[in-house]
Design a protein around this ligand. Structure first.
Ligand code: FA5
Length: 352
């Protein structure tokens, strides 16, 4: 009966349940529809009477169904709103963010200075051949200067090849090692390119050393190399002076003192004036590329069938340690702070 039907409709828990009821009463084979079909058999009087009654029932059911449908939709909307309520005043999660290591920041600063002077930035392998690290830069096996750079020698696994500048194997040219300086890239680059050029080479280097406040077994160097016709020591001083001004502003000054490196002649060590502390910072070595380095490069090129390209040119080179620069510039007492056990409290002081 009608009341029961209306009650069922108003109690329908879901749109699906409601649909089932709608089919049950008003569908093609629904109860009301079935009744409608019986009208034809009645007398006109009865038909009129029952027809009106059925229409009324149909209207009531239709209205009830629509009302319930609206109610269910409204309710689920409310529930969804409650579920997805967003309290924009809640404090957010603090995501830990990283930062560049102080040495990376300094490296970037240095590269930017040299880029403005027209240098290209190139990089080389950390696992290096004895040939490029030593022999090629005029440090043959008997040379006492090899002892100044205590070396991590490597025993590569069977089938491992160290590649030369063109991908050729250089296994026959010497043992494998961790490069002790960035100078082997001088040789690699010159074999592959012809002058004139200006480059800088940043990179990690390794030395088998007892560590102390100013010595690490792994540190970073920056190498500079300029080769062309008529390049002189004055160009070297000019470039290092520009570097000093880039680092310390207009007051930047440099000092050169004669010293020995096998791969330069003449050789110098250079220091920079640190205006804030009014003192000199000993930074690294430099000088004019030694003829034996050019010769080693040309011999190597010849072996590969390339024309000799370094007769009649001159060039300068420098190399220095980034950690030393950082130590002095920021008054850091111990080089081991940089890489020791993720000393984050120390490193965070230098977040940019
Ligand atoms: C060299 O490595 C030369 N290849 C530099 C060079 C390049 C000279 C081109 C001339 C021309 P040396 O061994 O002095 O030189 O090291 C250069 C710099 O690396 C030092 O001045 C210092 O700043 C840094 N350095 C050397 N050993 C260490 C170490 N154990 N820990 C941290 N920094 C170091």
């Amino acid at each position: 009966n009608l009341d029961q039907a209306l009650q069922e409709i108003s109690a329908a828990p879901s749109l699906e349940a409601l649909h089932t009821l709608k089919v049950q009463y008003l569908g093609k084979n629904g109860l009301v529809t079935q009744e409608m079909k019986t009208l034809g058999k009645l007398s006109p009087e009865e038909r009129k009477e029952k027809g009106r009654a059925l229409n009324e029932i149909k209207e009531k059911l239709t209205a009830a169904l629509a009302a319930r449908e609206a109610a269910i939709k409204e309710q689920s909307l409310q529930e969804q709103l409650e579920r997805e309520a967003l309290d924009v005043s809640l404090p957010g999660y603090a995501f830990p963010s990283g930062g560049l290591h102080l040495i990376s920041q300094i490296q970037k600063e240095l590269l930017d200075i040299f880029r403005t002077m027209g240098h290209s930035v190139v990089e080389g392998p950390e696992v290096e051949s004895e040939f490029f690290n030593f022999d090629g830069v005029n440090m043959p096996e008997w040379h006492p200067a090899r002892d100044m750079q205590d070396t991590f020698w490597l025993q590569p696994p069977e089938g491992f090849t160290i590649q030369g500048p063109f991908g050729e194997s250089v296994n026959d040219l010497g043992s494998a090692l961790l490069r002790t300086h960035t100078s082997p890239m001088q040789v690699r680059y010159m074999v592959q390119h012809t002058p004139p050029f200006k480059i800088v080479v940043p990179g990690r280097v390794f030395r088998y050393e007892q560590t102390d406040a100013s010595h690490e077994a792994m540190f970073f160097q920056l190498e500079g190399l300029v080769v062309g016709e008529g390049i002189t020591m004055a160009d070297l001083k000019g470039a290092i002076t520009e570097l000093a001004r880039g680092l310390f502003g207009a007051e930047g000054r440099v000092r050169f003192q004669p010293t020995f490196f096998p791969f330069v002649e003449p050789g110098a060590q250079f220091a920079m004036w640190w205006p804030e502390r009014q003192k000199w910072l000993e930074l690294g070595g430099a000088g004019m590329v030694h003829p034996n380095v050019f010769k080693a490069v040309d011999d190597y090129r010849e072996k590969l069938g390339l024309p000799r390209a370094y007769e009649g040119v001159s060039g300068w080179a420098f190399g220095f340690g980034l950690e030393r620069l950082a130590l002095l510039r920021y008054g850091i007492p111990d080089i081991r702070y940089f890489y020791q056990q993720n000393r984050l409290s120390f490193l965070r002081q230098f977040r940019n």
